[in-house]
Design a protein around this ligand. Structure first.
Ligand code: DQA
Length: 149
């Protein structure tokens, strides 16, 4: 387990955290979240590869890469959650434990956010816990990795 690689991928507009609708997504920047996640990862024996892209194809490439290199995958796909069959298909092809993560409670918002193309392709979903969701997702993916070992 020590040093197991976990990919933590972030989709479109998450680079704007801190200034983007802070009443919905909180005041922490993505850099703040990355620093806290890396610190927590170290504490629980995970080596974190933390990335963000606004581009669907790049995210698909990274999911495929995770399939070859990672022991676990956490993804906040942003708005691609609700649109991307390409991400669904890419995730289906990855065998390691996978968690879908959202800062906001997508089920308590607009109707279009209740549809996820990602959920059927992952092991678990965490949403509505703000930035804390990132560290909780790390704990959860660690458990899933342990269970599979
Ligand atoms: C989000 C929820 C999505 O609906 C939205 O498009 C985002 C962020 C979240 O973390 O709450 O960009 O994934």
């Amino acid at each position: 387990m020590a040093g197991a690689i976990v990919y933590l991928l972030n989709g479109p507009n998450l680079n704007l955290l801190g200034t983007r609708e802070p009443e919905v997504y909180g005041k922490q920047t993505l850099a703040d979240i990355e620093a806290a996640a890396k610190k927590h990862g170290e504490k629980i024996g995970l080596s974190l590869d933390f990335r963000q892209s606004n581009h669907e194809g790049t995210l698909v490439d990274w999911v495929q890469e995770a399939g070859k290199k990672a022991a676990g995958l956490i993804i906040n796909p942003g708005a691609y959650t609700h649109t991307s069959i390409a991400l669904h298909d890419a995730l289906k092809a990855v065998a390691c434990p996978k968690i879908e993560l959202h800062l906001s409670n997508v089920h308590a918002r607009e109707a279009f956010r209740r549809v996820s193309f990602v959920s059927p392709a992952v092991d678990a979903v965490i949403c509505g816990l703000g930035a804390d969701g990132y560290t909780l997702a790390l704990d959860a993916v660690r458990r899933l990795i342990e269970k599979r070992a």
